[in-house]
Write a protein that binds this ligand. Structure first.
Ligand SMILES: *Cc1c(COP(=O)(O)O)cnc(C)c1O
Length: 377
């Protein structure tokens, strides 16, 4: 029940067990071609989506080195650990970062970003998460994209790693310039591949971007993809499994995945209140929920207890939230039974660790409410 890596469906696991084939074969080229075409539907773009052999952070680095030059100024929305990561990667390449710090758990405000961009017309790009996984917060990306239309010189780059497949996102319609995603989140795959797509404007920026790049050179990757190949060796096993996931996303499948995440998030939010836990974020994400634990209980202990006594893995908080929250993921192959078991174990664990006021009847009530919520259309 962590927000990544997530449980992998059994149909996908079967693909991962197939014998290896070479990546320069007609058989694999067909698989790759189909996967690359399907990815466009998922990102809702007409432009190429590329598959990189790296975790999501690699795709974030690729986004930066392909569109920016040392000395360029960018605005990074810093609303948690992953916002910090955008800033750290950019700074590693000599890009000058304006950090737009937002209190953890709050969503960005497009008006504030507009104000900063008016004050600093030299800012060439805005970088943000769609869902900030460390605080389980959803940002209003469509609205920000609309605001950013007033600044056509500015690139809008989004980390959609816990967003694609969990919340609606339309690259072309919204006018996003770079979108990145990763395999071990809503794509329901093991860790190891990531995805990136660039708008026409971002490809134009690529021609003059001077950040050093070799492995991350997306122009070379795109040219290889046009010949139904990847530039370096392909992650054959993961791409075959990806094809299976993309098959499940076809038709209404992607919307189903989004609705499922929303439902699990809703069930978690509704029932945790009955257990005496508050939702941490003021703009809760559909992909992960952060719950504030009662002051007399240590969140890290609660996490360990769930793992050792009930075999349920959730995540704790990072940095300033360490010990204060637990995070429950809603991505991947999570069954109703998994969700119910989690709520029950959470109630029992809280009681084991000292929530004396929590009665068996209350825990049962929470489980019943969870069941009812999951069964609603
Ligand atoms: C998981 C995640 C990443 C990437 O992490 P990797 O470990 O590099 O895959 C980046 N951004 C967000 C919002 C994430 O949830």
């Amino acid at each position: 029940m962590t927000p990544g890596p997530v449980p992998v469906p059994s149909t996908v696991l079967k693909k991962l067990a197939l014998p290896m084939i070479h990546h320069r074969t007609p058989e694999f080229e067909e698989i790759l071609t189909r996967a690359l075409a399907e990815l466009k539907t998922v990102f809702r773009t007409k432009l190429p989506v590329m598959i990189l052999t790296s975790t999501g952070s690699g795709a974030m680095e690729a986004a930066i080195v392909n569109t920016l030059s040392p000395g360029d100024e960018v605005l990074c929305v810093d609303s948690g650990k992953f916002g910090e990561r955008w800033a750290q990667i950019a700074e590693s390449y000599g890009v000058q970062v304006h950090r737009h710090k937002i209190p953890w758990g709050e969503a960005l405000k497009p008006k504030e970003i507009e104000k900063i961009l008016r004050q600093c017309p030299s800012i060439k790009a805005v970088l943000t998460q769609v869902c900030e996984t460390s605080t389980a917060t959803l940002h209003p990306i469509e609205e920000l994209a609309q605001t950013l239309r007033q600044f056509p010189h500015c690139l809008f780059m989004v980390d959609a790693i816990t967003a694609i497949g969990a919340t609606p996102l339309a690259m072309d319609d919204w006018g996003l310039d770079v979108v990145v995603a990763g395999s071990q989140k809503a794509f329901m795959l093991p860790t190891g591949i990531s995805f990136i797509t660039l708008s026409e404007k971002a490809w134009k920026a690529q021609q003059s971007a001077r950040c050093p790049r070799f492995y991350w050179d997306l122009k070379r990757e795109r040219e290889a993809n046009e010949k139904n190949q990847t530039y370096f060796s392909s992650a054959v096993g993961l791409i075959r499994a990806l094809e299976e996931v993309l098959g499940q996303f076809q038709g209404s499948g992607l919307n189903k995945s989004i609705r499922r995440c929303e439902k699990l998030a809703q069930a978690t939010r509704l029932t945790s209140g009955l257990l005496g836990l508050e939702v941490f974020s003021q703009s809760p994400a559909p992909s992960v929920t952060a719950l504030t634990v009662p002051a007399n209980i240590n969140g890290e202990k609660l996490r360990d207890h769930l793992e050792s006594q009930y075999a349920i893995s959730v995540m704790g908080g990072q940095d300033q939230l360490k010990g204060k929250v637990i995070r429950i993921g809603h991505l991947g192959a999570i069954s109703d039974q998994d969700m119910l078991a989690t709520i029950k174990a959470l109630g029992l664990s809280l009681r084991d660790l000292g929530s004396t006021s929590l009665t068996t009847a209350q825990i049962q009530k929470a489980v019943q409410l969870c069941k009812k919520t999951l069964r609603q259309k």
